[in-house]
Design a protein around this ligand. Sequence first.
Ligand code: NAD
Length: 482
Amino acid sequence: MYINGKFASGSASEKTPVINPATEEVIDEAWRGTERDAFAAVEAAGRAFQSWKLVPAYERAAALHEVATKIRAQHDDLVRLLTLEEGKPIPENDEELWWVEDTFDYYAELARHERGRVIPPGEPGQFNFVLKEPYGVVGCIVPWNYPLLLLAWKMAPALAAGNTVVIKPSELTPLSTLKLVEAACDHLPPGVVNVITGYGPEVGEPLVTHPEVPVIAFTGSLGVGQHIARLAAPMMKKLHLELGGKDPMVIAPDAELDMAVSGVAYAALINAGQVCTSTERVYVHERIFPQLSEELADFVGKLRLGNGLDENVDIGPMIRDEFRVKVEEQLSEAASQGAKVLVGGQRPPQMLRGFFLAPAVVTGVDHSMRLMREETFGPVIPIMPYKDFDEAIALANDCQYGLGASLMSHDAKLVKRFFEEVKAGTIWINDPLTDNFAGPFGGMKMSGLGRELGQEGIDEFYDVKHVHWDIEGGVKDYWYPY
Ligand code: NAD
């Protein structure tokens, strides 16, 4: 763990193994942190906050640019480590790292531009302004699927705004976080960045319930997010929750078929479908449904499964067997209800080790099936025909989640209806799953609270104060007696 500027075992006496999902080999171990470690990290972060909040913005900006520069210097090692512990192919982790580096540069600059605003006075002689202030210690709880990206989207704006952080990486992928902090944070004052490793209930929960942690920034599953919300509610903590998704993609009759086929495959299968914004439901106009499903099955059947470290691999393993089993259960349940698996869905017989699952294309699905209602988080593309655009929009919205939604069409009238009527935090037209620092990312409905990235992404880490300052002084005629 990394507490108060030092790497240490803390109070932990046990370690948890970190497994390479492509080979099932133990690649390293991390300390199994306890409540005492969470408390020690919070104390260090609380002390460091007293001076970090006073550091001039341009100095904090320089410190964060240095974090970015140091990460770039270790880029290839971090990419490899991400693939070792999480499984994504190298090109996907390359991209994850670019995003991480640029996120630190982006928020370094954004935070030095403004810290509030001046507003017209409410009374003559007053000066009124709004101050944005850092909260204090931010607890950053991160999942395994994009261990560094989702960390950077919290850590960079939280630090840039003047907060300090205690990071709790997933117990499945702690190594890349520790490596990033070792490589890039040694110039920051002790306590500004802390990392505690171990299991959520053991070391994450004490962070959530600690009275000196006013903000919890969490990315993870809906169930754990709800549990954290329940724990934090009595203390009125500021919660930033990025939760699950079941993103729809609608393919209009005018869509270019080759673009639709490879776009769907990319959006549904990147990181073996283990992306919160993976396309998990595809609705295709009935006129093009037969041809599209056939071409999609053909395209997906040719994708290359393998160890993400190897070249010429499109899709890596899933993170653990229990996640694979959940996907297989959804698939077999759907099949027993009439769905047809056109391709994939089985463990490749030649791959004896690793949590691989051949990517599947499934037809004959409907919304009575768990496969079309619950988050799958695996390499499965269920596709369903629709008759008209009203039906497509109704199907897209028929879901408890509202993270992202995609449309393939060049028909401006359909595009306008789609972005106005579909309830989702991100809408992609013809280019699914792209990111842009300057705009917010986050979910509507059960997909969460708050936004990451953009101005919105740093405002999550500022508390707001309105100052009414009567510069003139004097007794007011609206005071007593009336
Ligand atoms: P998870 O909810 O199991 O774990 C997330 C983190 O919470 C881990 O660090 C875990 O150790 C910790 N945790 C678990 N129990 C806890 C507790 N009681 N108290 C405090 N912390 C606790 O999620 P996961 O399996 O790591 O990640 C996959 C999920 O994350 C999927 O549902 C996916 O949709 C979601 N996700 C969402 C986004 C988004 O931006 N909306 C992005 C990526 C992943």
